[in-house]
Design a protein around this ligand. Structure first.
Ligand SMILES: [Zn+2]
Length: 341
């Protein structure tokens, strides 16, 4: 299927992989997005290109901007194994792990090389730190080459998250209609309406928003929690991507769309104003009432110093998964369902 040398010569495999993959129709190519060294080290981001036997749209599927959101990374790994170019119309660009330093060092949220989130510095720049340069390379090699993009995330090591996706409203009705249909095809039952994303393509901030502000109907989705690789979470993301490919007519069959998801019109964040030990009282996905306790924080000798209450009626999108709590950190995000849709 691919052109790596046989045997176990890892260095030879790496050399064979360098550069963005070239794949003939009906073939899968494997290679890398090369981020040159600058004020800090170079980075090589692995990428597979599944070039379908017939023409069609180019769909990018990305995971691992946060390298410890494992379920989403494993979902893209599975898609690389599973997608058969002979049965596909169009091209799928698959990037399973953007933030390799985070994955290798098991550091949540940021790239440990420069301390930056790898989903906050798009469209990137050539003279910045590794995250800035990697973001620029992703913009050029992945976003600009694709018609649509799906950015996969999951609850990070410290987040107990229930699956959901985001619908970014750009204000372009036609594009927003396509992305809405893609989200229904993806099939997660809870969709956050994000109307506050930057509209300037030169300051797009997020990967998905880099595609959306360039006129490409796209979305982000999350499934996974607290460092686990749950079969249900991985399946939800894999089947979601296959559903979108069916919707975009890149495959003849695929999972059915969801008909009536819960639309979340705003997200209320409960943050801690103290350092201490966090004890949750509700699980991810629980519906809570305004004023209901979702958890509490004690000092290190067991005295309660903070009661966390929900500011709204809504669903627990995620709640902190670990006892470590510091001032300013998120205790929970509560999604408020849209009253009319
Ligand atoms: Zn993430």
């Amino acid at each position: 299927m691919y052109n790596w040398p046989h045997g176990h010569d890892v260095a030879a495999r790496r050399r064979a992989c360098a550069g963005f993959p070239v794949a003939a129709r009906g073939q899968t190519g494997r290679g890398a997005i090369d981020v040159p060294a600058g004020v800090d080290a170079a980075l090589s981001i692995p990428v597979a290109v599944v070039n379908g036997a017939r023409p069609g749209p180019v769909l990018a599927i990305v995971a691992g901007s946060h390298g410890t959101e494992y379920a989403s990374i494993i979902a893209v790994e599975r898609l690389i194994q599973q997608l058969d170019p002979k049965t596909i119309s169009g091209t799928v660009i698959l990037v399973p792990l953007v933030n390799i330093p985070s994955f290798e060092q098991k550091v949540a949220h940021v790239n440990p090389v420069d301390g930056k989130s790898m989903n906050r510095f798009y469209p990137g720049k050539a003279d910045g730190t590794q995250t800035d340069r990697a973001s620029l390379a992703m913009t050029r090699e992945v976003v600009e080459k694709s018609d649509h993009l799906i950015d996969l995330h999951g609850g990070d090591l410290d987040e107990s998250l229930r699956p959901y996706s985001y619908w970014t409203k750009t204000g372009n009705d036609r594009q927003d209609g396509i992305s809405r249909e893609m989200l229904l095809a993806f099939g997660l039952d809870t969709i956050i309406i994000a109307a506050d994303r930057p509209k300037d393509p030169a300051a797009s901030r997020y990967l998905e928003n880099t595609a959306s502000t360039r006129g490409k109907a796209s979305f982000a989705a999350e499934a996974g929690h607290a460092g686990t690789v749950d079969t249900d979470d991985v399946n939800a993301l894999v089947n979601g991507c296959l559903g979108v490919m069916r919707d975009l007519k890149m495959m003849e069959t695929g999972p059915a769309p969801i008909e009536s998801p819960v639309w979340i019109e705003r997200v209320a964040t409960i943050a801690s104003d103290a350092n201490g030990i966090f004890y949750p009282l509700v699980k991810r996905g629980t519906y809570v009432q305004k004023g209901e306790r979702v958890g509490y924080v004690t000092d290190y000798l067991g005295s309660t110093i903070l009661e966390a209450r929900s500011p709204e009626n809504g669903v627990v999108l995620f709640i902190r998964a670990v006892p470590s709590m510091t001032k300013g950190e998120t205790i929970a995000n509560i999604g408020v369902p849209a009253t009319s849709k």
